[in-house]
Design a protein around this ligand. Structure first.
Ligand SMILES: *Cc1c(COP(=O)(O)O)cnc(C)c1O
Length: 410
C-alpha cells in the first residue's frame, strides 16, 4: 500500500487548527448571512469584528470590482497611487504621520514591534529593546505576536520563547511603572481587550501609560486591530480616551472583509524606518487599497460615527436590561460602542451560549473570561438590536438551571 492509502480517511484536508461550527454560508447581505441550508442568520459577529459595513456593501463591491478590472497587483517597488491616498487620509484623520500597509493584524503589530526596537537602535540606544505588555492580551498568531500576547494557551509548545516581552497586570499603572528597566523600549496594549473578553481599560489608565512613556523615553503603541475603524464610535478608540499613541496597529474593519492591515506611526517613532528596513509583497496592493479607501469614504461621512456611537449606547442599554432579566445566565455587560460583551454566569459556558444563539439565528463570538462578544456591523439600526435582544431573551429564558441540567443528565 502506498502512504496515501494507509492514511485514515480524513474528514477535512484543512489543518484542524480551528474549532469550527458546521454551518457554511453562501452569501451575505447587510446584517444578514445565508447558509447552505437556506437559513438566515443575524450577524452580530461580523466575522470577528471584520465586516464593519455589513456584507456586500454596494460602495465596497463597486470599489473592489472596478479595481479588479484595472489592476490587481503592483509591487511596492512602484508607486501605488491609492496607497498614497489611503495613507494621506489616515494620517490626516489621526495622530500619525506615516503608514505601513500589511495584510493582517498580526503583521501590522509586528511592524510596530520592529519600529519600537529600531527607534531606539537608530537614536543610539540599541540596548533598549524590551516591550511591556499586559496579561490576557492578544496581538496575533505569528511566533513573535504570540509571545507579545503572552497567553500560555497560545504559546504552549512553541518555545523557546521569542525574547523581549515582559508582562504585568492589565489596568495596573503601579505594576507597569515598576516594571520599566534600562532595557525597556516601549509599551504595547489594546485600549479594549478583544480576545481577552472586551474588558475596557480603567479610567485614566491610558493617560497613565502615556505619562510613563514620556517620563522614561518609551514609545507607546496601541493595538487597535479590533477596536479601530469606527467600532467604538470614534475612528480609533484612542480618541475616545483622548490619549494619542506613538504607534498604532489596525486591521480587521479597515478592509471591511478584504485583508488589509496598517501600522500608523508618528514621525518620531518612524525615525529609523528608512528604505530597506521593512517590506511586504502584498501589503498595500491596489485591491486592498481600493477597498480601504471605500471603507473610509463611508466611515467619514458626516454623522456616520455619531450614529455608531448612539447605536452603541442603545445596544449597551438594551443589554443591561437583558442582563437584569436573566441574572442567572448573564452577570455583566462590558465593552464600548459596537463592541459589547456579555459575561456569562458560572456554569454557563460562553461557547455553549454562542452555539445556542446560533441555533436560534443569532451569530456571536466567544472570548476569554467566559464572555459572549457582540460586534455587529456598524450599519445596524434599532430594529436589528431589537431582533438580537429577542433571540437573547428566548435563549436565556430557556437556559436550564444547574438542577435541571443535573436531572437531565442523571
Ligand atoms: C485579530 C487581532 C489581531 C490579529 O489579527 P490577524 O489579522 O488575525 O493577524 C491582533 N490584535 C488584536 C487586538 C486582534 O483583535
Amino acid at each position: 500500500m502506498n502512504a496515501a492509502a494507509q492514511k485514515q480517511p480524513a474528514k477535512s484536508a484543512v489543518l484542524p487548527t480551528y474549532n469550527r461550527s458546521p454551518v457554511a454560508f453562501t452569501h451575505g447581505e447587510g446584517v444578514y448571512l445565508y447558509s447552505t441550508e437556506g437559513r438566515r442568520y443575524l450577524d452580530f459577529g461580523s466575522g470577528i469584528a471584520v465586516t464593519a459595513l455589513g456584507h456586500c456593501h454596494p460602495h465596497l463591491v463597486k470599489a473592489l470590482t472596478d479595481q479588479a478590472a484595472k489592476l490587481w497587483h503592483c509591487s511596492n517597488i512602484y508607486t501605488i497611487p491609492d496607497q498614497e491616498r489611503l495613507a494621506k487620509r489616515l494620517t490626516d484623520l489621526t495622530f500619525a504621520d506615516a503608514v505601513f500597509f500589511a495584510n493582517s493584524g498580526a503583521e501590522a503589530v509586528e511592524c510596530g514591534i520592529k519600529m519600537i526596537r529600531h527607534y531606539h537602535h537608530s537614536t543610539g540606544n540599541p540596548g533598549k529593546y524590551r516591550i511591556l505588555c499586559v496579561n490576557n492580551a492578544f496581538h496575533g498568531r505569528t511566533l513573535t505576536t504570540i509571545f507579545a500576547g503572552g497567553q500560555a494557551k497560545h504559546t504552549e509548545g512553541f518555545g523557546p520563547p521569542v525574547d523581549g516581552f515582559d508582562h504585568v497586570a492589565f489596568g495596573n499603572l503601579n505594576e507597569m511603572r515598576a516594571a520599566v528597566t534600562a532595557q525597556t523600549a516601549g509599551i504595547l496594549v489594546e485600549p479594549i481587550q478583544g480576545e481577552g473578553g472586551y474588558s475596557a481599560t480603567p479610567p485614566g489608565y491610558l493617560q497613565g501609560l502615556r505619562a510613563i512613556c514620556d517620563e522614561f523615553g518609551l514609545l507607546l503603541m496601541f493595538d487597535e486591530v479590533q477596536t479601530g475603524n469606527g467600532r467604538t464610535g470614534k475612528l480609533y478608540a484612542y480618541d475616545v480616551y483622548g490619549v494619542a499613541p506613538d504607534i498604532m496597529a489596525t486591521a480587521k474593519g479597515l478592509g471591511g472583509g478584504f485583508p488589509v492591515g496598517a501600522c500608523l506611526a508618528s514621525a518620531k517613532a518612524a525615525t529609523g524606518m528608512i528604505a530597506g528596513t521593512h517590506g511586504s509583497t502584498f501589503g498595500g496592493n491596489p485591491l486592498a487599497m481600493a477597498v480601504g479607501n471605500a471603507v473610509l469614504d463611508v466611515l467619514t461621512q458626516p454623522g456616520f460615527l455619531d450614529k455608531v456611537s448612539a447605536t452603541g449606547k442603545q445596544l449597551h442599554a438594551k443589554l443591561r436590561e437583558l442582563q437584569k432579566r436573566h441574572p442567572r445566565v448573564f452577570v455583566e455587560v462590558r465593552g464600548l460602542g459596537l463592541m459589547a460583551g456579555l459575561r456569562c454566569a458560572e456554569g454557563v459556558l460562553s461557547g455553549d451560549m454562542v452555539a445556542k444563539l446560533r441555533e436560534a439565528g443569532l451569530l456571536s463570538i466567544g472570548a476569554g473570561e467566559n464572555v459572549v462578544r457582540l460586534a455587529p456591523p456598524l450599519i445596524i439600526d434599532d430594529s436589528h438590536i431589537a431582533e438580537a435582544i429577542a433571540i437573547l431573551d428566548k435563549v436565556a429564558a430557556a437556559w436550564p438551571l444547574p438542577a435541571e441540567k443535573a436531572r437531565a443528565a442523571g
